[in-house]
Design a protein around this ligand. Structure first.
Ligand code: SAH
Length: 264
């Protein structure tokens, strides 16, 4: 590659690494990874992506996984700020898209406080990868006009304080990040707020990776079904759109609204 580096010395890029499959990385993300002097990465950034980091580029794991914090957020902010102030070209690799449950604004704020220039490269979020793996659509005409992204993560000692009545929306698809360990409670709260027990649910673990697992269930059976998942990151997709079969057969095509010419 000729031309200037896409990262100036002393600049930081927060880069979305996507759901795990290196082929789901954007071309821009790959260029940035190759241009960095130092890469800070999360636990969710898998080996296939780390393999793209050139030899000689410093790699720093700042991984956080549920219950196992290797570095707290302040320490991570500090490390990134110091690398930038030392004039290095810094990439901060984050799983999925940095703007979705990625604490990107805390890092951006810490960098801004020190006058460090920072930019963001988007990535494919877990919900998109999970929907693709399961051959479903997150929105669906007539069934899901709304897509809600929620995190079920709480700090130790806190209770999960979500607006359950708003989430129990039969016209929405609910994508629950970090919801595996509280799957049973989530299902009970949604049903208590009126969502039907038979609402389809997909639990997808390690979406886009070779050890991906997809469990199809319904809301009232979610707690039991979630136990079938392993220790990888998992996403819950809840709603009628999630249970709709792909319209590949003539029969299901026939029940769809007639297409307008040129329209979708
Ligand atoms: N910024 C990330 C989300 C970070 S929160 C994104 O946009 O995807 C971490 C949570 O994301 C995990 O606990 C899990 O719920 C979900 N997740 C991330 N990667 C995943 C994958 N490959 N398969 C399933 N869920 C995943």
């Amino acid at each position: 590659m000729t031309g200037a580096s896409p990262i100036a010395p002393g600049e930081v890029w927060l880069v979305g690494a996507g759901p795990g499959d290196p082929d789901l990385l954007t071309r821009k993300a790959e260029k940035l990874i190759r241009a960095a002097d130092i890469v800070f990465y999360d636990a969710l950034v898998g080996p296939g992506i780390l393999d793209l980091i050139p030899h000689g580029t410093e790699q720093v794991s700042v991984g956080k996984r549920a219950g196992r914090h290797s570095k707290d957020q302040d320490t991570i902010n500090d490390l990134i700020v110091r690398a930038a102030l030392a004039g290095r070209r810094v990439v901060r690799l984050k799983g999925g898209d940095p703007s979705i449950f990625g604490r990107s604004m805390e890092e951006m704020a810490a960098l801004a406080r020190h006058g460090v220039a920072a930019r963001i490269c988007p990535g494919i979020t877990a919900a998109s990868a999970a929907a693709a793996s399961a051959s479903i659509s997150l929105t669906l005409r007539g069934l899901a006009r709304k897509l809600l992204f929620v995190t079920a993560h709480v700090r130790e000692g806190e209770i999960l304080d979500l607006d359950w009545d708003a989430l129990a929306d039969p016209g929405a698809t609910l994508a629950v990040y970090m919801g595996k360990s509280s799957a049973g409670m989530i299902a009970r709260r949604l049903m208590a707020s009126g969502l039907a027990a038979a609402t389809p649910v997909l639990a997808i673990e390690n979406a886009s990776l070779p050890d991906e697992r997809i469990v199809r269930t319904r809301l009232d059976l979610l707690e039991i079904a979630a136990r079938a998942l392993g220790s990888g990151p998992a996403l819950l997709l809840i709603g009628d759109a999630v249970g709709a079969a792909s319209p590949i057969s003539g029969a299901s095509a026939a029940v769809r609204a007639p297409a307008r010419s040129g329209g979708r």
